[in-house]
Design a protein around this ligand. Structure first.
Ligand code: 0CM
Ligand code: SF4
Length: 317
């Protein structure tokens, strides 16, 4: 008898606390002020989220100079540099800052180590909005390192005053390899005060590692510009999955990927609404994958309060 076809559904997957807050910030801003509400960059790196909010009246722009004077602008979950705050103030924009508090934490670390005159090695991906925002806190103290091989180029003023920080949505394993190389070069390298790779990024990678060795195929739902989603495909392949693909929507799944497959792993990035995962579960059921088992490696309960600008005003007693 043929083995039954099954789906292993990773848990945790999908929305993290920072994404939930950022998406709700745009929705609340639209409810409160009416359309249009401007958003600098994609509020989170997900095509479906951006299209849905655009349909409701959000206008996504690349820079604040595209926003009319005095209008409302939301800053994305990935954070902005002080320069962006300055230009927004110059144009009298009403800003709503949806930067994830865990990204703000890395900004605070960068400011503190720069104030103490450390050389800061920021591990992250060139051109990613989060890295641009963090680097902008102390451009004269920060240098970007894109992975283990980029360590050879790092030069510092004093090898006893060097610290590494990182983007929140990297591969934990690759980052540890980069840190190892940095420490070989600078034995007195300082660590960040706490993990910069956030809980959500870490938890989603742990869940994929648990299921990957059992999977012929791992499908990750997420957008191509979503760092944490792309990392999940890499983690699946590095940990025993025979194949792995990133898709925005179920309709992007090529039926030939399922040829000869018995076990499909399914997960989603931190910026991905659950409805898109449901679409994949339904499509897999049409191909005979009716048995769905959840693989749980952590429970997540963290939530963040909405940005200050959207919290109800306190009433005086
Ligand atoms: O940083 P990344 O590209 O993974 O962003 P995302 O919007 O996909 O995920 C949430 C976040 C942050 C910061
Ligand atoms: Fe915040 Fe992490 Fe979510 Fe990014 S992935 S928004 S850092 S909780």
């Amino acid at each position: 008898m043929a083995e039954s076809k099954r789906v292993l559904l990773a848990s945790p997957r999908g929305y993290c606390a920072g994404v939930d807050r950022a998406v709700e910030a745009v929705e609340r801003a639209l409810d409160k002020h009416g359309a249009p509400v401007y958003v600098r960059k994609e509020i989170v790196h997900n095509r479906h989220v951006v299209e849905t909010l655009s349909d409701r009246g959000a206008i996504f722009v690349n820079e604040t100079d595209e926003v009319p004077e005095s209008a409302i602008v939301v800053f994305s979950a990935h954070g902005v540099s002080p320069e962006v705050h300055r230009t927004a103030a110059e144009r009298s924009l009403q800003t709503i800052d949806a930067t994830c508090p865990l990204v703000t934490k890395v900004h605070q670390e960068a400011k503190r180590f720069a104030r103490d005159d450390y050389d800061i090695v920021l591990i992250g991906h060139e051109g990613h909005e989060e890295v641009e925002g963090t680097s902008g806190e102390a451009p004269e103290h920060i240098q970007l390192v894109d992975g283990p091989d980029a360590v050879d180029q790092v030069q510092v003023r004093d090898p006893e005053r060097v610290v590494w920080l990182s983007q929140t949505t990297l591969s934990v394993d690759e980052t540890m390899q980069t840190v190892k190389r940095l420490r070989e070069k600078f034995p007195l390298l300082n660590d960040p005060p706490s993990d910069d790779i956030c809980y959500a990024t870490q938890n989603r990678q742990v869940a994929v590692k648990a299921m990957a060795p059992k999977c012929d195929l791992v499908i990750v739902v997420g957008s191509k510009n979503s760092s944490n989603s792309v990392r999940l495909v890499e983690v699946a392949l590095q940990n025993g999955a025979k194949s792995s693909y990133l898709v925005d929507y179920a309709r992007e799944i090529d039926p030939t990927w399922l040829d000869g497959v018995t076990t499909v792993g399914l997960t989603s990035g931190a910026s991905v609404p659950e409805v898109l995962v449901r679409g994949v579960v339904d499509l897999l059921a049409e191909h005979g994958f009716n048995d769905v088992e959840t693989v749980t490696t952590a429970e997540e309960t963290l939530t963040f309060a909405l940005p200050r600008e959207l919290r109800p005003a306190r009433t005086a007693n």
